[in-house]
Structures are given as C-alpha cells and as structure tokens.
Ligand binder design. Structure first.
Ligand code: ADP
Length: 450
C-alpha cells in the first residue's frame, strides 16, 4: 500500500519528518511560502506546492491553502510538526472532515488538552499531581475571592484556560494587585483567545522544568519514554535540553511516570505527547500537556534508540507502538543545544545570508538542521537554525562532547547564540545541575553579560 503525507511545516522539523517518511517508504509533499523556496527538504520531497506569501498567517497558518494543496496532491495524511497548526484543534477537525489523517491525536483530544482547566482535571483524575489552586468559577464577591487566594497563599498565578505560548498568565505577589490583575488577565484572555475564563494557581517560585515523553496507540495502549530537563530557558523559551532529568526523587518519579501512562491510556491518547511539570522540593506539579512532537525530542531518541517521528507516522498508519514499557532501555545522557539566529547578548533576531559554515560530527554527535552555506535565513519565522545533540555515558561527558562539537561548528554571515551555549556549558551551576527555570535570566546573564 502506498501512503502519501503532506508535511505542513518548514525548517528542521520538515526535514526531520521527510527523513522519517523516506525510511518508511511514505511519499512526501512539501509545502512552502514564497520566502522558503530554497528550503533543503524541498529538494528531497516527491512533490512540493507553494502555499502563499511569507507571512505565516497567509501560508503555514493558512488552513485553507494547506488543505487545497493536500487535495491537489491527493495525500493520505498531514504531518503538522510543532508550532504553526500543530495544536490547532480546528485545523485537525478540518483535516478529519476533508478525509485526511491528521498525524497526531484526534481534534477532540487536542481541544480537551488545549483547555488548561480540562487538562488539569483529566490529569488529576489519573493521579497526576497538579499545581495547588482553584479552577472553579471566580466568585463575584471580592471577599470570597480573597478567601480562595488566601487559602492558596501568595504569590499566585492567574492563568487563562485558553492561554498558550507563554501568553495569558500573570503573577500576583500580594492582595494590593489582585483585583486589577484579575481584570486585566480576563480582558486580555477574552481578546487574545476569545475565552476570558481564568483559574488560579500557587506560584512555584524556583522550580526546574521536567517533562515526560509519552506515546499512545489511540486504542488504549501507552508507554512513557522517561524524562527531559529543560530548565535552561529565557522568557519561557528553552535553550538547552537534556535527557534524562537527573537528581529527581525516585518515588515521585515512579509515581509520576505511572500516572502519565494512566492518563494516556484513559484518554486513549494517539501519537506522541509531552506532559510538562514544574519540579520543586521533590514534587512534580503538572502544568500542561503538549499534543505534538517537541523541538527537544532528539534527546529522548538518543537515550532510548526509539524514533519518535517514525512512531508518529507508524501509529497514524494504524500500527502498534512497537515497544512495551519494560523493553525500553535507557542508556546514557543526551544534551541538545538550540542554535538560534540571534545576537547572543541582546537576543535580537539576526536573519540574513549564511556565507560560510561548518557542521559538527563524530561519535555520539547528532546534528539536525535545514541550513547550509549560501542559505538566506528569512526574517519571518522562528529563529531556530540547528540542534546539536550529544550522547555519552554520563552528563559530564555529554557536556564535554558538546563543547568539542561546538568548537568545530561555525556559522558566518549572521549572528547566532553559539557563544552563549559555550559559556553556559562551562558554567559551574550548570555543571552541578543546580539551575532552575529562573537561573539563566536572573543569575547567569546579569553576572556574565551585563
Ligand atoms: P504555556 O501554555 O503558555 O506555555 P504553561 O502553563 O506551560 O503555559 O507555562 C509556561 C511557563 O510559565 C512555565 O514553563 C513556567 O515557567 C511558568 N509557569 C506556569 N505556571 C506557573 C506556576 N504556577 N508557577 C510558576 N511558574 C509557572
């Protein structure tokens, strides 16, 4: 049987998906905006279709244009990647209604998990620990609101149930800012997401970001592929990720992994997904589930040998997960550095022509990227250029190997955050694995760059 997939994305993830399709003998259709006609994966696709001008809203976010391309090329499935339409329940539903397989969970599950209150409720019902808080309707009476918040304890976080991408949340330190912040968050959520429903959470002051990779077959079977630590972040954007997360309380880890699998079994989750937690004082607190492949998926692939993108495609074709839980062999430690087209100090995007470059390679080094010498980085999209991933027996060796890989790696013509990575990799707090989600912005950058 021949199967044909439209890859509804660009950049490194489009190339990653194309490689997986080839290994499975799946035919591919690439779609691109007029700014992206030189993308690497277009050269390897069986067919390619221009879907519009550079602006994402007119191309990669344009559901009608993508579905027209799918009809024109008579594909069976649509691969969403991450970002753009990957977690858009309406798009998934349009695919379903037009007779295309959306490669991921059903639109119904995407909708449920995209609504943070529903997701928290489902997680809690499966035994996952959630951030303590309040997810009922916010009472009209100010006294009642005060009572609820005092019970949670300041500081709190006001979060929009429909929020995403770091938007739709506000921290409140004390009662003086409470009602004003509530009003603003509700108004903003209403105008940004068309849904003004908010809920309250305890603000977790200095946690690590630890997430669990899951895979479900859509029929009630599910497994986990362990944890990743993505605490090195700036403005909620991950910069360095690793697998597994180290120095985690054993009992809390065991219970959390089991509860994550229970959740996936209960909702008959289909495809790959990530359950994200804040981790502090030996406790996991659920924040959200991402119903798609993540940028940092390679670190999990490296320590398990399990190809997550191929798993997405195979499951969409109705095949089994391939592995049962106790067959998964976690080996070594993997680290990923995200090389972005941006100034390493001001973080201003730096698009433009790559005049010359050299990529790293060698034992235990993986390089995932769509860029090449002579490629012009367009200014319209995410600044991610390359992911450098290293695998070694220990965390310490993986860091050493990354430093050596980065020594070989250069990109000329545009600015990148390459030097920031080198500095972080040599940092003592990072080496000791003592950094939290606040470390880069609050300590490392002020101490080293200001
Ligand atoms: P989004 O869907 O917008 O990414 P998340 O719920 O995943 O929102 O939260 C994004 C980030 O905001 C988290 O990684 C964390 O840094 C911070 N955050 C969210 N909830 C809390 C909380 N209760 N306490 C402290 N930080 C939080």
């Amino acid at each position: 049987m021949s199967y044909k997939v439209l890859i509804a994305n660009r950049g490194e993830i489009a190339l990653r998906a194309m490689r997986a399709c080839k290994e499975l003998d799946i035919k591919t259709v690439a779609v691109y905006s007029t700014a992206d006609k030189d993308l690497k994966h277009l050269k390897f696709a069986d067919e390619s279709v221009c879907i519009g001008p550079p602006s994402p809203s007119l191309s990669y976010l344009n559901a009608a244009a993508i579905l027209s391309a799918a009809e024109l090329t008579e594909v069976d499935g649509i691969y969403p990647g991450y970002g753009f339409l990957a977690e858009d329940a309406n798009f998934a539903e349009m695919c379903e209604k037009s007779g295309f397989k959306f490669i991921g969970p059903s639109s119904e599950i995407i909708k449920k998990m995209g609504d943070k209150i529903t997701a928290k409720t489902l997680a809690e019902e499966s035994g996952i620990q959630i951030v303590p808080g309040y997810k009922g309707e916010i009472p009209k009476s100010e006294d009642e609101v005060k009572k609820i918040v005092n019970k949670i304890g300041y500081p709190i976080m006001i979060k929009a149930t429909a929020g995403g991408g770091g938007r739709g949340m506000r921290m409140v330190k004390d009662e003086s800012a409470l009602f004003n912040s509530l009003e603003i968050t509700i108004q903003e959520a209403q105008s940004a997401f068309g849904n003004g429903t908010v809920y309250l959470e305890k603000f977790i002051e200095n946690p690590r970001h630890v997430e669990v990779q899951v895979v479900g077959d859509g029929k009630g079977q599910a497994i986990h592929l362990g944890t990743r630590d993505c605490s090195m972040q700036r403005k909620h954007q991950k910069i360095i990720e690793e697998a597994p997360a180290l120095d985690i309380n054993e009992l809390a880890l065991k219970e959390t992994l089991e509860a994550c699998v229970s959740l996936c079994k209960k909702i008959k989750y289909e495809g790959v997904g990530t359950i994200e937690f804040l981790y502090e004082n030996n406790e996991f607190y659920f924040i959200e589930m991402n119903t798609r492949i993540q940028v940092e998926h390679p670190v999990t692939e490296m320590i398990t040998g399990y190809d997550l993108v191929k798993a997405q495609l195979r499951i969409a074709l109705g095949m089994e997960i391939e592995l049962i839980q106790n067959e998964i062999d976690f080996k070594g430690h993997a680290i990923e550095c995200r090389i972005n087209a941006e100034d390493p100090i001001t973080f201003q995007p730096s698009p433009g022509l790559i005049t010359k470059m050299h990529t790293p390679g060698g034992f235990g080094i993986r390089y995932d990227s769509h860029i090449y010498g002579g490629y012009r980085v367009p200014p319209y999209y995410d600044s991610l250029l390359s992911k450098v991933i290293t695998l070694a027996n220990t965390r310490e060796s993986a860091i050493k190997r990354m430093l050596s890989a980065l020594d070989e790696f250069f990109i000329q013509g545009i600015k990148t955050n390459h030097s920031l990575h080198q500095d972080v990799l040599r940092d003592k707090t990072f080496a000791e694995n003592k950094h939290t989600i606040n470390y880069l912005e609050k300590e490392f950058l002020p101490n080293n760059y200001e």
